[in-house]
Design a protein around this ligand. Structure first.
Ligand code: AHQ
Length: 245
């Protein structure tokens, strides 16, 4: 690619394809832990560990989205974005995605308070998730919205995960799957808004390339969370010292 081509603003179609290419190669649906999950090869403890560690990710999403809200000047954008916080926190106790994830935890035989208190969250999972919140807190609105675009690839993953749970992990009580079903509706809506925002506001090639780099970083955050779970519970199966107290 010559100098001129590398500075040319990508069309919406080209830019969208560049973003999708990030997920096609780097989204965590291809992580060995998810592959084991989809093939029905996880033990009960390995699946429980995934639920425990992913809860820490779920729990920071409203804080991440509140950090994004604080960057927004346009009330119309805030009105759209606040729905994400409502989706996770609900409008009253016993509602929302965080509640549904705790229902999943209990449906999988975990103690709710251990999950809610992040008792068994692995150091590597915690650092990956903290890196996501810190990134949004310390970067621009446009970069922060771009980092949420991993959800371009989430519906396909949910459509793999749901039948995998039903077929291979029948010991997880059915009400635990409600969270994944809700994401089949919420993720496409969220990502349609987020993608439109990024396509509209990345007006230079440099901004477009930055959005691709940010999406790549977010894929690495999701990948690193699963690396921590895989290392501790699959291979070599080493749990960290000074942990779980
Ligand atoms: O349940 C998930 C969720 O609420 C969100 C919010 C969004 C964001 O703002 O970064 N990303 C995200 C994701 C959720 N579930 C993950 C999964 O594998 O279940 C996927 C993850 C994402 O793709 O970023």
């Amino acid at each position: 690619m010559n100098q001129a081509e590398s500075q040319t603003v990508l069309s919406a179609e080209e830019f969208t394809q560049r973003l999708r290419a990030v997920g096609e190669e780097g989204y965590h649906d291809k992580h060995p832990f998810h592959v084991l999950m989809h093939e029905g090869k996880l033990t009960k403890r390995q699946l429980q560990a995934w639920i425990e560690n992913r809860f820490y990710y779920q729990a920071i999403i409203p804080k991440k989205d509140a950090a994004i809200m604080a960057k927004v000047d346009d009330p119309a954008v805030r009105r759209a974005w606040i729905q994400r916080i409502i989706d996770h926190d609900g409008t009253r106790a016993g509602e929302g995605g965080i509640h549904k994830w705790l229902v999943l935890a209990e449906a999988a035989g975990l103690h709710r308070e251990d999950v809610e208190n992040f008792r068994f969250v692995l150091p590597g999972a915690r650092f990956a998730v903290d890196a996501y919140l810190t990134f949004v807190q310390s970067h621009s609105l446009l970069e922060s919205v771009a980092s949420s675009l991993t959800e371009l690839f989430a519906p396909t993953l949910m459509s793999r995960r749901l039948p995998a749970f039903e077929e291979h992990y029948p010991w997880v009580q059915k009400e635990g799957l409600e969270y994944f079903r809700s994401r089949l509706i919420q993720a496409p809506r969220d990502v349609e808004y987020g993608l439109d925002y990024v396509l509209t506001h990345c007006t230079t090639r440099e901004q477009q390339e930055r959005a691709v780099a940010v999406l790549t970083l977010k894929c690495h955050i999701l990948w690193s969370l699963l690396d921590a779970v895989y290392f501790a519970y699959v291979s070599p199966g080493w749990l960290p010292p000074l942990w779980g107290k």
